[in-house]
Structures are given as C-alpha cells and as structure tokens.
Design a protein around this ligand. Sequence first.
Ligand SMILES: Cc1ncc(C[n+]2csc(CCOP(=O)(O)OP(=O)(O)O)c2C)c(N)n1
Length: 309
Amino acid sequence: MLRIRLVEEALAERYADQEMRCPMHLCIGQEAIAAGVAAALRPDDVMFSNHRAHGHYLAKGGDVKAMVAEIYGRSTGCSGGRGGSMHVIDQSVGFMGATPIVGGTVPLAVGAAWAAALKGEDKVSVVFFGDGCFEEGVVHESLNFAALHKLPILFICENNSFSVYTRIEERQPRRPIHVVAQAHGWDAWHSDGNDVEAVNAIAIEAACRARAGNGPQFLEFDTYRWREHCGPNFDDELNYRSEHEITAGKAGDPLLRSRSKLLQDGAVSDGELDKLKEEITDEIDSAFEFALSSPVPTYADGAGKVYAD
Ligand SMILES: Cc1ncc(C[n+]2csc(CCOP(=O)(O)OP(=O)(O)O)c2C)c(N)n1
C-alpha cells in the first residue's frame, strides 16, 4: 500500500512537467483493495484491471521502473511505451492488461478463467472494476456466462460511489451491487475496502472457493477516491462532493489505519516503517531516473505487437 501511495504521489508531483503525455487516474485512498486482494493470489493467477490500474499492477508484483517508464511513454515501459497509464500490461507477473473502455476487461477476465478451466489449470482470474462499470451491459453478460460455467474468477467491485462526478444514487436504484451479483446464484461478499486485513481475509476465502470449483466470487468493497477522477490534482472546488464528505472519506485512510494497527500490535516499530518509506522512496527516485533516461519508441516499433506471433 505504501509503495502504491508513494509512487502515485510522485507521479502527481511530476505530472505538470508534461513529460507524461497520457491521462492518469490515481487510486490514492483505494490502495487497500489492490493490496489485500493481490496478497491472496498466487504468482500464476491472472489479473485484469481498468483505467485506474497503477495499484493493481504494483500489487500483483509489477515493476515500479517498468510502470513509470510506461507512463512516460518510453520503450522500456511494461507495454513498450505504447500504452501509457491506462494500457498497462505485463504478462511476466500475470498482469494481463488494463483498458480505458469501462467494462472492457471484464469479458477478457472471464475468457481467461474459461481457458484455465478448460485446460484444467489450477489458477484463478481476477478483474477489478468500479461501481460505474456495473452499469455496463457486458458486465452482466460476463457474470451470467461465468456463473453458467462455474468459472474460477473473482469479480472485484471497487465501490467509490462515483462515476466521474455522478454519485451512485443518481445512477443506480437503491439496492446493493453485491446483491444483484448474488442473484446469479454464487457467492457475493461485501466489506469495508479501506481495511486491508478485512479485504485480504475475504479475498483468501473467495480465491480458495473459486479454486475449489465453487464458481465465481463477487467481492464488493467500499472505498473513497481522494483526488480528481482523472489527473493529479484535487477537485474539491468543483463542489460535486461536500467538504464534510471529503474529510470523512480521507479519515478512512487505509494506510493510517494499517500503520496504527501494526504499531499497536507491535508487529513493526516506527523506525522500521520509516526505513521502509526511505527504501521505497529510493526505489521510486531511481524509477524516474530510469524512465527519463530511456528512449522513446521508434516508428518501426509501432508495427510490432499488433498481432500475436
Ligand atoms: C464504455 C465507456 N463509457 C464511458 C467511459 C468514460 N469513463 C471513463 S472512466 C468513467 C467512470 C467509471 O467509473 P467507475 O467504473 O466507478 O470507476 P472509477 O473511475 O470510479 O474508479 C467513465 C464513465 C469510458 N471510458 N468507457
């Protein structure tokens, strides 16, 4: 969680330099879901993401250098510098891709789960999406298909209650998302998404159930996006959410909560946490140096990777 937070804060700080030539959706405030779910997975489980992909990629074991270089559009980036923030892909860590098309990766994740089931592979497929994505038709087709074939898949809905500037009450009837999912006949879970231990405990059980042949698992986690929908800034001045709501949302900071819990349990000391922060900061500094000193893709690179070999 700390690595995700610090990487994104560093990206936000440098965005105005105009070296990152792509739109960027930050997940600051939502880190516990990525970290808690990814910690329940095995390296060969596959993960799919959406436009808010940085946390998912890093949590799955993605490389900070490769991600920063990708966002800088450099050929050393995990997508060869051709994708940017919203098209991160790195099959070496089972991160099968992210797309900006809301709902775009949901059927892909179902396809990966189906392939694993057909081949008899012991792996699960995981896909992250937002509450807004639940309004896409393809999501419901995917849920239906996954349920019918009892596929080993975890659908993870990160409910931050907004789709851009529109709150969920203005977009969906008043019924919980996970209850709609449950109507497909398989397991659905709901929890505070800012409590990393709660997220992790649910994800471990859900992954076990999916692996054991109990079919798709739907996990809805409540969370809060701190910054603007797209971009490095805060958008408090737009008044689509009240000051009170923003303050309350930030009070649920998953990092602060974990820090207090770890210190209280005596699991780590203040000094160890500070040292961890220093180490990650060094790692991030060298990732930015790496990105800035890497070449941009050539025109010839443009023709590659369009079709599979
Ligand atoms: C098919 C499609 N429709 C609309 C958009 C524009 N759009 C981009 S992000 C977004 C909000 C999605 O909200 P949600 O799924 O809840 O994710 P969040 O941004 O809150 O993480 C929208 C409407 C899009 N990219 N693709």
